[in-house]
Write a protein that binds this ligand. Sequence first.
Ligand SMILES: NC(=O)c1ccc[n+]([C@@H]2O[C@H](COP(=O)([O-])OP(=O)(O)OC[C@H]3O[C@@H](n4cnc5c(N)ncnc54)[C@H](O)[C@@H]3O)[C@@H](O)[C@H]2O)c1
Length: 276
Amino acid sequence: MVVGAGLMGAGIAQVSAKAGYQVTLVDRTDADLQRGKAQIEKSAATLVKKGSYLPDDPELLLSRIHFTTQLKEGKDADLVIEAVPERLSIKQEVFRELDEIVKADAILASNTSSLSIAAISSVTRRPDQVIGMHFFSPVPNMKLLELVRSIITSEQTVQIAQAVGEKMGKETIVAPDYPGFIVNRVLVPMMNEAAFLVMEGNDPEEVDRGLMLGANHPIGPLRLADYCGLDTTLYTLESLYEGFNDPKYRPCPLFKRMVEAGMLGKKSGRGFYQYE
Ligand SMILES: NC(=O)c1ccc[n+]([C@@H]2O[C@H](COP(=O)([O-])OP(=O)(O)OC[C@H]3O[C@@H](n4cnc5c(N)ncnc54)[C@H](O)[C@@H]3O)[C@@H](O)[C@H]2O)c1
């Protein structure tokens, strides 16, 4: 079962169905489910064009996904991956409910980018069976799956999540349950430092070209921040800053001002760059 049919949840349902799993995809309203379904259809059609999917794949994998607004329709799931908004209270509410509904031996995973897996698991009676399964966007294209093990997650839970990830065609790394895990702990401070360079008067294109040509990055940190959403990136930075109480993660004031001004990157049409 996948809970939340947004950008990430729809992608996770897609790669799960592609791997051969039967999936129950849950969201709050039919309109949310329709939007998720349309995202899967569009992505699958693009992957057929690229030759990554067979022509019959889109229909086949959609036949493996059951769309519903009722969490209890996924009660037989062996694994649940939650992808609802990045707020601890929302996630805890979902986990509390899931713990009542699904089998005692089912594993509960969260796709959180920055929240504590221990805090999410604390509302369940099975904290050792709770793990972070942090996918990257766009889920069908990105190779990495970061598994987040809390201090109470069991070894068996890690092994099962790893095996499922590999069946989905992902490469896994196991990260500790501290803010930013592994990837965002390195990536997001780099974006923040790049924003400081812009605040000091550097041109965003110069900063990005510098990292692309000098460090062999396929995309510059500022354009990547624009793609991830400057609000989401700022939220992760704030988690690092507050989670470690360390001034080295202080969010760049320019970053904050841009988010306050509604410059959220590609999704709002303007961030460090302008978009159509
Ligand atoms: N966007 C990214 O690049 C990215 C990358 C990695 C991880 N994440 C994480 O994935 C999670 C989801 O992010 P997203 O970008 O897909 O968000 P999104 O806003 O696109 O999707 C969230 C979905 O959850 C649904 N929802 C809200 N409350 C619900 C509930 N109680 N039950 C069922 N569905 C509910 C919403 O209707 C929405 O469709 C967040 O924790 C985020 O931090 C996001």
